[in-house]
Design a protein around this ligand. Structure first.
Ligand SMILES: Cc1ncc(COP(=O)(O)O)c(C=O)c1O
Length: 393
């Protein structure tokens, strides 16, 4: 049971009805994670279907323009379906198939995890149901269309704030009534054990590749690794193989929305407190009474009131640092990368870029790696709306 914790964080705070399935999942994962056939199948899917390894790209124009650190971008946006989410989904879908499940369900915020899950379901001939906050279906309409095209049923969730937290609630509810044939593909390094560990291990391919690539390109490790943090899956994936390299600074970038002093943010480690929610002990944005507080960010993928337990542990032990970036700074970074490098980043990833833009000029001679967790096609309409632009003009 201790392996379900990261320090004091994590655990398995799940209703009794889910315990059997969590234990079944844990034992299936423990069996398959070291199984040669399973790993060979996963490797092959990652390589020949998802387009791994992803590039580590030197952003020359950006580095020269900012005048300081050398900036590299880990191009998770070039993966099939356009984000890091596919790394986790292919692993979980393969595991579900081995467990004899015939249906995948998932929550989604930005829609990237939903698209990745619908894609894996299509590829493996499985049924698929996706839960998405009504609010997010509106700001990420392109991804709703993609999921339907891929054969998934998309359920718009209207409870609560109609965003990611509410989608997780509905997915968990559906899972508890369909446990026999259904696997819940959690989309981030959150939830009850064993999900945070499974998701972390499946996303750790990102830091494994960064390490190999930077050693080849620069003959040394980076000074800073930066990633945006919603639930924390792309960040823990980008950090994991550097945790023991104490000389590498690990920086997670949360969504400050309208500012962390305002009530409208989703910067959990900057403003939250320790609590228990969605099956795990971690940090959560809470109101005066300890209830989960409504959160806000322009980015649907970062608009979550909690953070994965391993980040809570890295935060408390000070191995990683967590900063926050506002909507305005993220939108400016979204536009900056598009114009400077010809790469349109996801608005989630633009949060990490915005922080790189702030610190790079002060880090002459240093190397920064930014995990570009996804591509920004899905965000173009909402950024145009944010700017008050009519996209058809
Ligand atoms: C492109 C992209 N990056 C980051 C995130 C945030 O999730 P996580 O913190 O689990 O990486 C999302 C979530 O939807 C996303 O779509």
């Amino acid at each position: 049971m201790k392996q379900s914790y990261f320090g004091e964080f994590g655990g398995q705070f799940a209703p009794e009805i889910l315990m059997h399935s969590l234990l079944e999942l844990e034992s299936a994962y423990n069996y398959h994670k070291d199984d040669k056939t399973f790993n060979a199948e996963l490797e092959s899917l990652l390589k020949s279907y998802a387009n791994r390894p992803s590039l580590l790209y030197y952003a020359r124009r950006m580095s020269e323009d900012l005048g300081g650190a050398k900036i590299y971008l880990k191009r998770e946006d070039l993966n099939h379906t356009g984000s890091h989410k596919i790394n986790n989904v292919l692993g979980q879908a393969l595991l579900a198939k081995k467990m004899g499940k015939t249906r995948l369900i998932a929550e989604t915020g930005a829609g990237q995890h939903g698209v990745a899950t619908a894609t894996a379901a299509a590829l493996m001939g499985m049924e698929c149901d996706i839960f998405m906050g009504k609010e997010d279906t509106l700001r990420q309409e392109l991804n709703v269309y993609r999921m339907k095209l891929l054969g998934a049923r998309v359920h718009a969730v209207t409870s609560g704030t109609a965003t990611l937290k509410d989608a997780v609630n509905e997915a968990m509810r559906m899972w508890s009534s369909t446990l026999q044939d259904t696997h819940y593909v959690i989309g981030s390094a959150v939830g009850p054990h064993p999900f945070p560990t499974i998701v972390r291990n499946l996303q750790a391919v990102i830091s494994r590749e960064i390490k190999e690539q930077i050693l080849e390109l620069e003959k040394r490790l980076p000074d800073v690794v930066l990633a945006c943090v919603g639930g924390g899956s792309n960040a823990i994936g980008a950090f994991y193989h550097f945790i023991d390299n104490r000389e590498v600074s690990l920086i997670g970038v949360e969504a400050a929305g309208h500012g962390i002093e305002s009530k409208d943010s989703a910067a959990t480690l900057n403003v939250g407190k320790v609590g228990i929610f969605h099956g795990m002990k971690s940090y959560f944005c809470q109101d005066f009474y300890g209830q989960i507080a409504p959160v806000y960010s322009i980015s649907a993928g970062l608009d979550y009131p909690g953070v994965g337990p391993e980040h809570a542990f890295l935060f408390e032990t000070k191995r990683a640092q967590y900063v926050a970036v506002t909507d305005k700074q993220a939108v400016e970074a979204f536009e900056y990368l598009s114009k400077t490098e010809g790469i349109i980043p996801a608005i989630e990833s633009a949060h990490a870029l915005a922080y790189a833009i702030q610190i790079a000029p002060k880090l002459e001679g240093k190397i920064i790696v930014v995990n570009l967790s996804g591509r920004g096609d899905k965000d173009c309409m909402s950024i145009a709306r944010y700017r008050g632009e009519n996209i058809n003009e």
